[in-house]
Design a protein around this ligand. Structure first.
Ligand code: ARG
Length: 281
């Protein structure tokens, strides 16, 4: 970086402000790769649940140290993917929507997360079409970016818009490695995002650049480290430690990247964001 780059980064960082967040997480107590429903999963690769638990605990501590609230959802035996709490549903604008999963192996998670929401005072709505919660439904300020193509069905987007009473922008995913929107796009604050253009159709890419002309575009190396599966509080961005290029882009844009290693959970096809259900106000 040149002196003027440093000055620019400093200016940018002074305008980035964090907001305390509210997250729900589920411990990987029963985490395993017993079936393969995305290209990251390989049932012949051994999984160390103990390591997964340690890495997940580090993530939880990181949020706490940043001053965020983390609530825990009770893991259920026989639901090895339940650690990916983002898929449990969508909570925003005082509304809660339960997930409807694409694969039968995860169907049982829906009731577990819906029950948690009910206990927290929400009147939980359901959709007729498949929606995999915050895996595909990302809140950016007053709008929702919604993925389709692999899991959440396009028809669910209108249902979601009607339930949460927010505009939904549909984005089509085309690469099976980036099967959920949160694997190909990271929300950085109410107006900033980062994304991996090859994961989207040309039309969706154009839409994103119209809405977010300053969007950060990440490299394949960072996208393949699931670098975009990150969680931001507006200033601190918790991201997979291996996504070093993206971390640098974030610093240049005034954010504070915090790398966390969730390599064991990557074996299930998820990372930081997948393990975090944000309870939006
Ligand atoms: N094994 C899980 C699945 O394929 C991983 C889910 C990752 N979650 C996410 N929000 N991208 O459904």
């Amino acid at each position: 970086m040149t002196i003027s780059d440093v000055a620019t980064a400093e200016r940018a960082s002074s305008i980035r402000t964090s907001r305390p967040r509210h997250y729900a997480m589920t411990a990987p107590t029963f985490f395993a790769v017993e079936y393969a429903i995305n290209p990251w999963m390989d049932t012949s690769v051994p999984v160390d649940t103990h390591v997964a638990l340690g890495q997940w605990e580090t993530l939880r501590q990181t949020y706490k140290e940043l001053g965020h609230t983390v609530e825990l959802v009770e893991p259920v035996t026989g639901l090895p993917d339940m650690v990916y709490a983002a898929n449990g549903g969508l909570i925003v604008n005082d509304k809660a929507v339960a997930a409807r999963f694409a694969y039968p192996q995860r169907a049982g998670e829906s009731a577990a997360y819906a029950e948690w929401m009910t206990r927290h005072g929400y009147d939980v709505a359901e959709t007729r079409h498949i929606n995999e919660g915050q895996g595909d439904l990302l809140v950016v300020g007053a709008i929702i970016l919604a993925g389709h193509g692999f899991r959440t069905q396009h028809q669910a987007h209108d249902e979601i818009a009607a339930i949460v009473e927010m505009p939904v922008v549909s984005l089509e995913l085309v690469d099976p490695r980036f099967y959920h929107l949160d694997t190909a796009l990271a929300v950085l604050d109410d107006t900033a995002i980062a994304f991996y253009p090859p994961a989207f159709t040309e039309r969706s890419r154009t839409k994103l650049l119209e809405l977010f002309p300053d969007a950060i575009e990440v490299t394949s190396a960072d996208a393949y480290a699931l670098g975009l599966n990150a969680v931001s509080d507006g200033r601190n961005v918790v991201l997979p430690a291996a996504a070093t290029g993206f971390a640098e882009q974030l610093s240049d844009a005034g954010f504070r990247p915090i790398g966390v290693d969730l390599s064991e959970l990557l074996k299930g096809g998820g990372s930081i964001k997948c393990c975090t259900l944000e309870v939006h106000p």
